[in-house]
Design a protein around this ligand. Structure first.
Ligand code: ATP
Ligand code: MG
Length: 435
């Protein structure tokens, strides 16, 4: 028989394994706590949606819809019809679909958050993957600038709780559709006058989506976009007041920002406030979080019109940044390791271990082989390797008198006591980490 070819993961899609996975769990637990503090509630939508949701929601002429989506046709049903499906490239469209579909806004605004994998067929590189993870917060049904500010403060609170220091906040206002139309005309006129300097993407987008040209990553076009008409100069009074109100709240909360008139964000659905959190520590993939207001998305996908604002952060980039900043995250270790010299002790030992676990003690049990439990020396080596602070020794002598030996492996290593099997609740606390 020939040797089977080893199957590997898909390029740009990563396994997240220990000890790295502990960093993910740690980050997620902090996110859950901060979301609860701001009264944002969790939603989970499917990773697959109708392709239409994204073509309509994100805009046909966006990087994502033009070239990054994983789309396919489902099998035909008995009428010969087949759905066009896509793996979600982001979660705002899906969340908005769910909010509209279940009429969640019937009794007022909702504050929601999600975490999960997203899929984009980009060129894999550091900070850019084909399956990556986003955490997002969205407030729907609120029109006021205070909610824009609240979401930004929520992100700032997250950076603080995670211990991330190296970030800056960039803000812009994209105004309202009529203001954008006026700016768009001026922008097209400007870009047409410099048509010779446009790259292929820009030429294609000149009439379909000129705003997106300002978002270009092509260094050769930087000077051109620097000189382009700025949306911020086309804002009417209401848009300007909204933008100023957001900034006043940030200022009162000690948050610094910089206005970037060229910040337009990658998706079509934004209006008024847009923002990005950017770090210098990650090279080209420096945007760790981006968002803004999207008051027209819900009706665009067929829901009852309602204002909304939100952001999404890239989990891989945030974790990479934590590493760059030297934020130390403790690898979880068991409190105790159970050393079991003889398999005959297993039933009694495992009964006690489960009682300890129910009391909140993390216990790793030594597991043997078909031949037996293995030497004491080997078991103690495993106990040390586990990082546990105590060994629980279930020797025949101890068990005979209804006891177990508790031996310190770290602080005061070697010190040992005997404890009663009958009443673990009396002594379980000595095993628990106080750190
Ligand atoms: P970029 O300009 O870096 O491509 P984007 O504007 O496409 O980002 P958004 O759609 O706003 O990104 O997604 C929000 C966040 O998700 C980004 O700021 C980034 O941190 C993260 N992100 C986006 N695409 C990827 C990816 N392919 N791999 C890892 N993280 C990503
Ligand atoms: Mg992108």
């Amino acid at each position: 028989m020939s040797k089977a070819i080893q199957i590997t993961a898909i390029k740009g899609m990563n396994d997240i394994l220990p000890p790295e996975s502990a960093r993910w769990e740690w980050l997620e637990s902090i996110v859950r706590r901060v979301m609860a503090e701001y009264a944002y509630r969790n939603v989970r939508t499917p990773v697959m949606e109708s392709t239409q949701l994204f073509t309509r929601g994100l805009g046909e002429v966006t990087d994502i819809v033009e070239k990054e989506m994983y789309s396919f046709q489902d099998r035909q049903d008995k009428h010969g019809d087949a759905d066009h499906l896509s793996l979600r490239p982001e979660n705002t469209a899906g969340l908005v679909r769910a909010v509209a579909e279940h009429n969640l806004l019937y009794d007022g605004g909702k504050r929601l958050y999600y975490m999960g994998p997203m899929f984009r067929r980009e060129r894999p590189q550091r900070g850019r993957y084909r399956q990556f993870h986003q955490i997002g917060a969205e407030a729907l049904g609120f029109r006021g600038p205070e909610v824009d500010a609240e979401l930004i403060l929520l992100a700032v609170a997250l950076w603080r709780e995670l211990g991330i220091q190296n970030w800056r906040l960039e803000l812009n206002s994209l105004g309202q559709p009529d203001e954008r139309r006026e700016h768009r005309a001026a922008l097209i006129a400007y870009l047409e006058a410099h048509a010779d300097q446009l790259d292929e993407d820009a030429r294609r987008r000149l009439h379909s989506n000129p705003l997106r040209i300002l978002d270009t990553k092509n260094p050769a076009m930087q000077a051109l976009v620097e000189g382009a008409p700025q949306l911020i100069d086309y804002l009417g009074d209401a848009s300007r007041r909204h933008f100023e109100a957001v900034q006043a709240i940030l200022a009162a909360n000690g948050v610094e920002w910089r206005i970037n008139p060229r910040l337009v964000r990658g998706l079509d659905y934004y209006n008024l406030t847009v923002f990005e959190f950017i770090t210098e520590s990650l090279g080209a993939q420096g945007t760790i979080c981006g968002g803004g207001r999207y008051d027209y998305l819900i009706e665009q996908i067929g829901g009852k019109p309602a204002p909304a604002v939100g952001w999404a952060l890239g989990v891989e980039r945030v974790l990479e940044l934590l590493k760059e900043e030297g934020v130390h995250i403790l690898d979880p270790v068991p409190d105790a390791y159970a050393v079991i010299p003889d398999a005959a002790a297993l039933p009694q030992a495992m009964r006690l271990l489960n009682q300890l676990r129910a009391l909140g003690v993390a216990v790793q049990m030594h597991a043997g082989t078909a031949e037996g439990m293995g030497s004491m020396k080997g078991q103690f080596k495993k106990a040390d390797g586990s990082g546990a602070r105590f060994a629980l020794i279930f020797g025949a002598d101890e068990l005979a008198v209804g006891e177990v030996t508790v031996k310190a492996l770290r602080d005061g290593a070697g010190a040992q006591t005997r404890q009663s099997l009958a009443e673990p609740s009396v002594w379980a606390d000595i095993l628990k980490s106080t750190a």
